[in-house]
Design a protein around this ligand. Structure first.
Ligand SMILES: [Fe+2]
Ligand SMILES: [Fe+2]
Length: 268
C-alpha cells in the first residue's frame, strides 16, 4: 500500500491511500493537511493507517506542529486515529461542531475538543499564511447526526467529507465530470441517509461558492463546484427520492418524519 501526497490548492495537501480490497478498482481514503501557522489535519484515517498518514504528514511538516484536527463525522475512516495524532502532536486539539462534541467527542478524545457553532470561524494563522475555516453543520448528510464540513475561505476549499465519493484511484484533483462516478459509488454503497436534508444541504454548500472540493474518497474537484453540488442535489431528489414531495408523502405514512436541519444562519 502506498500513500501519495499532492498539493490541491495553495498550501493544502491531499494525503491519499488506495485500498484495493474495498471496491472494484480500489477505494481511496484521503486526509487533507492545511499548512498554516496553526496547521489543520482534516481526517485522520483509520488507526491501521496511522503510520502511513503520519509519515505522509511528515513529508510536509513535522507532525508535532499540528494544531487542529478535524473530520466530517465519527467513523473509523474519518477519525479512527484521532488519539494517535493527539499523542503525536502535543498542542493539537480536535475542532468539531458542538453537537458532535456533546454526542461523542467529549468522551472519545484524549483531550477535550473545541466545540464550534454554525458559522464559527477557526483562525489558522496570522499575516503570512492566513487561513480561516468556517464551520457548517450538515446533520445526517451524507450520514451521521454529527456530520459537518469546513469551508476554507481564502482558497474557497470545501472539505466536504464523503460527499461526491468515487470508486477507483483517480488523479488527486480533476475538473472532469464526477456526477456519474458519484452516482456509481452511491449505488454500490448506499452511503447517504436519504431524506429532505440531502438536497437542501448540497444547495447550501453550493451557495458558499467553493472553488475546490476536497473529497474524502476519490479525486478532489476543481471545476464548477456549485454546479456539481446543485446537479447532485437534483440527482438526490429525482433518482433517490429526496424531494420535499417524497418527504411529505412519507411523512403522511410515518408518525415521525425526518426533519430538516437548521439552515437559517448564513456563512460565507
Ligand atoms: Fe462516512
Ligand atoms: Fe469516509
Amino acid at each position: 500500500m502506498h500513500t501519495n501526497v499532492d498539493q490541491i490548492a495553495d498550501r493544502i495537501y491531499r494525503i491519499s491511500t488506495c485500498i484495493p480490497e474495498v471496491a472494484p478498482g480500489g477505494f481511496t481514503f484521503n486526509q487533507f493537511l492545511v499548512d498554516a501557522e496553526e496547521p489543520l489535519l482534516y481526517h485522520t484515517g483509520m488507526r491501521s493507517l496511522f503510520p502511513l498518514v503520519r509519515e505522509a504528514v511528515e513529508r510536509v511538516m513535522p507532525v508535532e506542529r499540528l494544531r487542529w484536527i478535524a473530520f466530517a463525522h465519527v467513523e473509523a475512516d474519518e477519525c479512527g486515529a484521532v488519539n494517535d495524532f493527539l499523542g503525536a502532536a502535543p498542542h493539537a486539539q480536535v475542532a468539531h461542531g458542538a453537537l458532535g462534541c456533546q454526542l461523542s467527542l467529549n468522551d472519545l478524545c484524549d483531550r477535550p475538543p473545541r466545540p464550534m457553532a454554525d458559522g464559527d470561524v477557526l483562525d489558522l494563522g496570522g499575516a503570512g499564511l492566513q487561513r480561516r475555516v468556517v464551520e457548517v453543520p450538515t446533520p445526517h448528510v451524507p450520514h451521521n447526526w454529527e456530520s459537518h464540513v469546513f469551508f476554507e475561505q481564502e482558497t474557497a476549499t470545501l472539505f466536504c467529507g464523503d460527499l461526491v465519493s468515487q470508486l477507483g484511484d483517480g488523479p488527486a484533483v480533476t475538473d472532469g465530470d464526477l456526477v456519474d462516478a458519484a452516482i456509481a459509488a452511491e449505488d454500490l454503497f448506499g452511503q447517504t441517509s436519504l431524506g429532505p436534508a440531502v438536497p437542501a444541504t448540497y444547495r447550501r454548500l453550493a451557495d458558499l461558492g467553493p472553488r475546490t472540493l476536497a473529497v474524502m474518497h476519490g479525486s478532489s474537484y476543481s471545476g464548477d463546484c456549485p454546479a456539481l453540488l446543485r446537479t447532485l442535489a437534483d440527482v438526490y431528489e429525482q433518482r433517490y427520492g429526496c424531494s420535499p414531495a417524497a418527504a411529505a408523502s412519507s411523512a403522511a405514512a410515518s408518525p415521525q418524519p425526518q426533519t430538516l436541519p437548521a439552515h437559517a444562519i448564513p456563512v460565507g
